[in-house]
Ligand binder design. Structure first.
Ligand SMILES: NC(=O)C1=CN([C@@H]2O[C@H](COP(=O)(O)OP(=O)(O)OC[C@H]3O[C@@H](n4cnc5c(N)ncnc54)[C@H](O)[C@@H]3O)[C@@H](O)[C@H]2O)C=CC1
Ligand SMILES: O=P(O)(O)OC[C@H]1O[C@](O)(CO)[C@@H](O)[C@@H]1O
Length: 382
């Protein structure tokens, strides 16, 4: 009897079902999704399949089969067992959640190490530089020394970059609407089992910085300016020539840094920028500015899509005024349903914008970038 290849994926949300889980299923893996959302887990176990629909005029659809679900709070033992049988373990759960799932993954790894010498490949698929390294650090805090030794050469951790726009979905269905474009880049020099749609590279740094500081910076700029203009969706916002121009100018700044840092070809990078601006125009996605602007504390972090390209551009003597303006717009994102946005607004109210830049973005008060952001913040507020 043929044994079915197994993979465990934490986070049965938009990227989980609409991208990473779908690729594994299409590569003949059985995908065990792990999530805290009972309604998703129950549906996965009842329906055993769902549809991935492309956000195009034709709405091409693929059926994703060979899927099941486990709740990581209520079914710890079952998750540990699934990890024992898996070749891959992936996550798309949000960078802030990684420390919370690490203890259970550590238990799975420990029990697996006691019973098997088979390889396990762990990949965090999050919008964060070095997300798998961060997950590894949290997992290792829960492993004893003997297990850490035992898993050397059998449990591998690879960083990755994930790129596919997947908007918020209808919660009553497992089906997922996704853009046609996708890119999943994984950093490894190992020979690993094939997964359809996975691109392997030796060095992820240029790929993840190019992606985060083009796709995600551009998207964030549209989201924050769109929100300020009272727009609902990304494509509506981009139709406003003023915002479209702001996006292009900001991506010229991140582009100048990327070209200098990684020796990218300027013309090719310009094409990459233009290609991504076209992706943002997809009206079939109906992608809300509040989703793309979500979690501004994370997005204003020192290593994230707005602050890092600005600090790097400043260090390299390049222009960063448009990035500063985007950061100022992020500080004005006061969406009441976004917990992080509300926290930022409270901090601004009590201590002012420079305090947020210091505590959230690790920028000193007398930093030129801080001064420029605060100046633009006051301008935008008028
Ligand atoms: N949606 C998108 O277009 C893209 C998202 N990403 C990244 O992918 C990751 C996931 O994003 P989405 O799929 O959009 O989010 P999502 O909110 O649709 O999915 C996250 C899933 O994680 C589950 N979850 C939350 N806390 C949990 C916990 N403690 N234990 C188990 N499950 C838990 C949620 O119930 C949800 O189903 C994020 O890091 C995001 O930055 C990357 C590229 C594109
Ligand atoms: O906002 P987050 O959680 O970083 O992730 C979603 C982002 O990733 C993207 O899919 C880009 O890959 C955009 O849709 C969005 O800006």
């Amino acid at each position: 009897m043929m044994t079915v290849k197994q993979t465990v994926h934490f986070g049965a949300g938009n990227i989980g079902r609409g991208f990473i889980g779908a690729l594994f299923s299409q590569s003949d893996y059985h995908v065990t999704f792990v999530d805290i959302a009972d309604e998703i887990i129950n549906k996965l176990n009842e329906e055993k399949s769902y549809q991935v629909k492309l956000a195009t005029e034709q709405k091409e659809t693929v059926t994703i089969e060979n899927v099941s679900g486990l709740n990581n709070i209520k079914q710890e033992n079952e998750v540990v067992e699934a990890i024992q049988n898996a070749t891959y373990l992936t996550t798309a759960i949000g960078p802030n959640i990684l420390p919370r799932i690490a203890p259970l993954i550590a238990r799975g790894i420990s029990e697996r190490a006691a019973a098997s010498q088979e390889n396990l490949y762990i990949i965090a698929c999050e919008n964060q530089i070095g997300a798998t390294d961060i997950l590894k650090k949290h997992i290792f805090e829960h492993l004893d020394e003997e297990t850490k030794k035992k898993i050397e050469g059998t449990v591998y951790f690879f960083n990755s970059a994930v790129d596919r726009i997947v908007p918020i979905q209808d919660r009553d269905s497992l089906d997922v609407l996704v853009e046609p474009y996708f890119e999943w880049v994984v950093e490894t020099k190992e020979e690993i089992p094939a997964v359809e749609g996975m691109t392997i590279v030796d060095d992820l740094a240029p790929f993840i910085e190019r992606k985060l500081f083009t796709v995600n910076t551009g998207h964030a700029v549209i989201a924050y300016f769109g929100y300020l203009e009272g727009k609902e969706t990304i494509d509506q916002t981009l139709a406003d020539e003023k915002v479209a121009n702001q996006v292009r100018e900001t991506l010229k700044e991140t582009g100048a840094y990327l070209v200098q840092e990684y020796g990218l070809n300027e013309e090719e990078h310009l094409q990459y920028i233009n290609k991504n601006i076209e992706r943002f125009k997809n009206a079939y996605l109906n992608d809300g500015v509040t989703r793309v602007g979500r979690a501004p504390i994370r997005k204003l972090g020192p290593e994230d899509r707005l602050i890092r390209p600005a600090t790097q551009a400043k260090k390299a003597g390049l222009s960063y005024t448009n990035l500063a303006k985007a950061i100022a717009a992020a500080l004005l994102f006061d969406h009441p349903e976004d917990e992080e946005a509300m926290k930022i607004q409270e901090m601004i109210k009590e201590h002012g914008p420079a305090y947020v830049l210091k505590t959230v973005s690790e920028l000193e008060e007398d930093d030129q970038l801080t001064r420029e952001v605060v100046r633009q913040y006051e301008e935008l507020k008028k």
